[in-house]
Design a protein around this ligand. Structure first.
Ligand code: COA
Length: 154
């Protein structure tokens, strides 16, 4: 499987994954608009021999100093197979090639799979947004995580 940059043709497939995983924060039109922004970077991992079927994706803003991951996901039936790690490592590689100092992201405290992924890729906790997410009648913290360019895998 070969990871590649998000294109206009991928926007509907990624929007469908956004609906599946996050109740659709980005629709296809919104993703097409993001593609026009200079700081936006998107990556997709297509299925082998089926380039319009997307197994995993990552969306970010990358500037000279900092990158912000705004979405990462793997198709529900394909989770736990290393695809999330592939797209995240690709994003890390892109930032390192561009000498970006740090990558930040936000994750719900109860999202165990995502937190394991970020831990294993060299992210550490830099802050907490208390009671940020709703869980029915309960609340859940948001965890801010950062990966410094030179401090990963000490
Ligand atoms: C988070 C997500 C992107 C991870 O992608 P993935 O392809 O399932 O994960 P991988 O197979 O690459 O595994 C990465 C790590 O997560 C761990 N992991 C994956 N699924 C897990 C699960 N259900 N429970 C616990 N750990 C899990 C793996 O063991 C691995 O950890 P390790 O490196 O310490 O062994 C994916 O689960 C997903 O799309 N979740 C829904 C959307 C989401 O929550 N996105 C993140 C928002 S911040």
């Amino acid at each position: 499987m070969t990871i590649r940059q998000l294109t206009l043709e991928d926007c509907q497939a990624v929007a469908d994954l956004e609906t599946q995983l996050f109740d659709g924060r980005f629709d296809a039109a919104g993703l097409r608009a993001l593609l026009g922004k200079p700081a936006f970077y998107g990556a997709v991992l297509p299925a082998p021999d089926m380039p319009i079927t997307i197994h995993a994706y990552c969306l970010a803003y990358i500037t000279s100093m900092q990158a912000d991951i705004i979405a990462i996901g793997a198709e529900k039936t394909k989770q736990g197979r290393g695809f999330g790690q592939i797209v995240l490592q690709h994003l890390i590689d892109v930032t390192e090639q561009n000498n970006v100092a740090e990558i930040t992201l936000e994750v719900a405290a109860d999202n165990i799979a995502a937190r394991r992924l970020y831990d294993s890729c060299g992210f550490h906790v830099s802050g907490i947004r208390k009671d940020y997410y709703y869980r029915g009648e309960n609340r859940c913290d948001a965890v801010i995580m950062v990966r410094q360019r030179d401090s990963a895998f000490p």
